[in-house]
Design a protein. Structure first.
Length: 132
């Protein structure tokens, strides 16, 4: 079991990814403490934080097992935490869409560096590595 990445180790990982260049492109890494890094095919490095066991984390974790495949919104919604008590409805499509949007916003992805496939459901384009 690896320890959570320190800020220095996270910065070192970013430098290593830059050195790897083409080999690292399209790679998403989520550390044990929720720090995320995405080295896009366009060469831009994005950083984000994904709280462990949050809906974004659970969705990325599930989708990482099905890279390139489209999952229905109902299938993806089944992976999410139960809605908070008193939340406005349980619209599964909305919950999944909001979670996808939260991931994009967290990493501040530019439109041309989208990691998701959208086609009557959602999929993820690139492998996601989770440190254990």
């Amino acid at each position: 079991i690896s320890e959570p990445l320190s800020d220095k180790a996270f910065d070192d990982l970013e430098k290593d990814l830059k050195k790897l260049n083409a080999e690292a492109k399209g790679k998403i890494i989520i550390s044990k403490d929720g720090k995320g890094i995405y080295y896009s095919p366009t060469g831009i490095i994005y950083k984000g934080n994904i709280q462990i066991n949050s809906n974004p984390y659970k969705l990325l974790r599930y989708m990482s097992e099905k890279v390139g495949s489209i999952c229905s919104t109902a299938e993806l919604a089944s992976q999410l935490n139960s809605p908070r008590e008193g939340a406005d409805g349980e619209d599964t499509k909305r919950r999944v869409t909001d979670t996808i949007t939260a991931i994009k916003d967290n990493f501040q992805l530019e439109k041309n560096d989208n990691i998701f496939i959208v086609s009557n459901g959602y999929g993820i384009k690139y492998p996601v590595e989770f440190e254990v």
